[in-house]
Ligand binder design. Structure first.
Ligand code: SAM
Ligand code: SF4
Ligand code: SF4
Length: 376
């Protein structure tokens, strides 16, 4: 008898096979979880690989040559991603963010974008399709991404000082090439571009003001993200988090700012604008000001596991419904509805209510997912 070998990468994170309800209902586009939160955003990770080794995300000591990335056969195909997306859209998703790992490493990504761009929201409008990238390949790919139907990009950049940035990406990648990517993306119309800077106290907080000076008056929206305790490998410590309130204070020392209203309910960034008309910035205070109450995002991993929270240690194996037994779209749709309707995740809110060194009940045990696996 031959033994069935399950590749290690496939059992990396716990995931249960979803329950298919016996009574299937037609999607209304108005799904709500146990805390009355709608399903609005779907973040799709298209690869778990990356050409950077940012210390807060894929530390090189862990993600080294011995690390078992997912085999090609584990990844959802573009057809599988599109089929699932269509089901999510019928349940109310209007915004898709492609992420990873580094999404531009996924071969022929433009083909996926073309397929997704043909889908329409429950109200018959085009989907809002965006992508988060480290921009290493953006200058080369911006035009073809735009032509395929991508609307905007968010670029991650943690500083303008070349030595600081090269140290943070840990692969010696220069700032100039990221700036070139932003320039080309702007030129082809992937705008307004957002730039995300993860702030680590003592590592790159001296870059806050230079970044603000650089992107003021450029049309780029710079956003400062608190360093999060996501995953299990980055050695996160509270004393390395610089609270957004202090980021704003430092910016105010040079540029007067005023708070502005969110664009929509559930927006992760708090928006501010320079009072002299120099544009807008944002702060994402995932640690010091949890925004679980409005969290309307679901995350689909590279291998088709659905996670309902960035800090989840358990996913729902949608790929199991796509491969093997042939379930219908209506059955998979019923399973997705059942999962979302049972959602009660609010990790950051719970953690904020506890002492800094206490762990959130239910969040230990199985290993928490890595950011590079489900995307930001
Ligand atoms: N590779 C792409 C990039 O860097 O833009 C997309 C994937 S990356 C996981 C998505 C976002 O997550 C990036 O903006 C990154 O800075 C952010 N991120 C990763 N680890 C983080 C952490 N520990 N705390 C806060 N943000 C983090
Ligand atoms: Fe790669 Fe993005 Fe993670 Fe940096 S943040 S290691 S670029 S996936
Ligand atoms: Fe959403 Fe989870 Fe983050 Fe709360 S902790 S905002 S539920 S992803």
């Amino acid at each position: 008898m031959t033994e069935k070998i399950i590749p290690l990468a496939d059992i990396r994170y716990a995931a249960r096979v979803p329950h298919i309800p016996l009574q299937l209902q037609t999607p209304t586009g108005l799904l709500a979880d146990t805390l009355a939160r709608p399903l609005h955003d779907l973040r799709i990770s298209v690869t778990d690989r990356c050409n950077f080794r940012c210390s807060y995300c894929m530390p090189s000591e862990v993600f080294n040559k011995d690390y078992a990335f997912l085999p090609q056969t584990s990844l959802l195909s573009f057809e599988e991603i599109t089929r699932l997306t269509k089901i999510f859209v019928a349940h109310g998703v209007e915004k898709i963010r492609l992420t990873g790992g580094e999404p531009l490493l996924r071969k022929h990504l433009e083909v996926l974008i073309e397929m997704l761009a043909k889908l329409q929201t429950a109200q018959g409008k085009p989907l809002d399709i965006t992508l988060t990238t480290n921009a290493s390949l953006l200058a080369k790919k911006a035009q073809s991404l735009k032509d395929a139907g991508l609307q905007r990009v968010t670029v991650s950049l943690d500083g303008l000082d070349d030595a600081v940035f090269r140290r943070m990406n840990d692969v010696d990648f220069p700032v100039a090439d990221v700036l070139k990517g932003i320039e080309v993306a702007t030129k082809v119309g992937l705008a307004p571009i957002k730039v995300n800077m993860v702030v680590k106290r003592g590592t790159n907080d001296a870059e806050i003001l230079p970044m603000a000076r650089h992107f003021r008056n450029s049309g780029v929206v710079l956003r400062f993200i608190e360093y999060m305790d996501v995953g299990a490998t980055n050695g996160w410590r509270m004393d390395e988090v610089l609270p957004s309130a202090q980021v704003i204070q430092r910016l105010q020392s040079e540029f007067p700012l005023e708070a502005i209203d969110p664009n929509y309910t559930g927006e992760t960034a708090e928006r501010w604008r320079y009072t002299d008309g120099g544009g807008e910035i944002g702060v994402i205070s995932s640690v010091t000001k949890a925004f679980c109450g409005d969290c309307n995002r679901a995350r689909l991993s590279t291998e088709g596991k659905l996670f309902l929270c960035l800090f989840a240690n358990q996913g729902h194996d949608l790929r199991a419904l796509l491969r093997g037994t042939q379930y219908s779209d209506a059955q998979i749709s019923g399973a997705v509805a059942h999962i979302w309707q049972g959602r009660s995740d609010r990790y950051s809110e719970l953690r904020a209510a506890l002492p800094p060194d206490a762990s959130v009940p239910g969040s230990d045990g199985a290993r928490r997912v890595e950011m590079s696996y489900i995307g930001g």
